[in-house]
Ligand binder design. Sequence first.
Ligand code: ADP
Ligand code: MG
Length: 569
Amino acid sequence: MIRRFLSYYVPHKTLFILDFSCAIIVAILELAFPLAVQWFIDSLLPDKNWLIIAYVSVALLLLYLLSTFLQFIVNYWGHKLGINIETDMRKQLFTHVQKQSFRFFDNTKTGHVMSRITNDLFDIGELAHHGPEDLFIAIMTFVGAFWIMFTVNAKIAFFILLIVPLLIALITFVNIRMNQAWKRMYKEIADVNARVEDSVSGVRVVQSFTNENYEISRFKKDNNNFRTAKLKSYWVMSFGTSGIYMMTRFIVLIVLVFGSWLNFTGELKLGELVGFVLYVNVLFKPIDKISALMELYPKGMAGFKRFTELMDTEPEVVDRDNAIEVNGLHGEISFDHVTFGYDNHQTVLHDINLNIKAGETVAFVGPSGAGKTTICSLIPRFYDVNAGNISVDGIDIRDMTKKSLRSNIGIVQQDVFLFTGTLRENIAYGKRHATDEEIAQAAKQAHLQSFIESLPLGYDTQVGERGLKLSGGQKQRIAIARMFLKNPPILILDEATSALDTETEVIIQKALNELAKNRTTLIIAHRLATIKNADRIVVVTEDGIAEQGSHQELIEKNGIFANLHRVQY
Ligand code: ADP
Ligand code: MG
């Protein structure tokens, strides 16, 4: 895990080495300054030579400036390194998520992916910045400071070394409590967020039941829990800061008293005493850094673990090694003993056999939950079958590349997803780089043209969350325009008109009939009137394909379809 983490430094090794070298120089200077002060007091002062003091002061000034500059570099480049690594990981993660198969999204909450892409990566970025650098520098400063102190005066150095474990114990204790408090706070804020998301996206339901006060009271509870948790973590933090402050002053005081005594007995010079007091301060930095790392490390590593978990989930539906590119398929589809289930417990389709001729229009009807949509999602390989096979133009779809297979299939569903952007961009989603003429032509074929031209900004009108709100029928027509641009030989209409009123449906039906021409078309429909002209109607029930034939044949058969027909009219 750590090796994998470190591998992300490789592309940024120059930056890392530069940053690291500067950090080492800063640490060395930091260690040297108390020595310089000590030397200043013990060796320069007694001579009372102003000129030398002036020279030394200028030299010290230059060193301080150098140290300041290097600290700036370390700060900036260190963060740059962290952000670079974070950006790389975020890009990898997004790319990886885009490649996942449908089943992944069936089982993953959007919120979880989001929090990985934001929160987890923040933590990882912080760790990437501070982790190796701070650890090394802290150990170096700590060991260096003691080494110098021991050479100056072993007694007092040993004495400080005895107190250090106490300090470490205190800091560790505070950190453990801090971690617990933070964890609880994170949980509480997640609850608050979930509540907000729920109530805001469900606000129409809330208001129609006039349950605003109920929502407010539920929110109030979560909000207060969060307040309590946050207060608690601040209490621990304040306690820790004060405790550590007291402890450090205490050590300084002891060093002062003990040092004075050694000074009286002639074992410690005045400058050395001042130097020791300064070293006590130098010493706190690495302890503080390491304790911060103790918080950063588990957080960052937990984030990294979640990151790798996601990165290691292989997409389920992938191309075979020798998959072929297919272009301009005719659109003959055949299901051969197809069995499929979304999970191991339940098969949704059992031993389905079905042949659809190129150019044929086949309608699927049947109770909801029977598996009509499932049948259609297997053709573009959104899921792979458990047994049997599906072929298009006689080629098993698993022998084709996913990309080329899907470029031959167009799907129009009941819910049309519009992306934030202009109408033009949304239509051109069917064929990126489509010319304006092509887009206008597609809009015309989808009966959208007069609507778009009536808008002041026309094709440049923004749609989506912060733009123009479109009606169901208008969205549907955008989906149809996308299909005219995509122009696939196989078309799937999954309840495309089910949510529309009759009047809109008539217009859209006209556009759809136009679209279906010269293509293999699979229609799933609720209203039987819309499929009257299909070449064939397939009745799907939970037991599989129950009946098939033309409208007339099925009516005459007087079976399930005839029954459905009677109910609807
Ligand atoms: P229809 O389109 O005929 O209404 P579906 O094909 O959508 O039926 O659903 C068939 C069965 O598969 C139903 O029992 C449904 O609950 C189940 N199902 C549909 N989609 C999923 C999914 N993504 N994950 C798990 N089960 C699903
Ligand atoms: Mg369905």
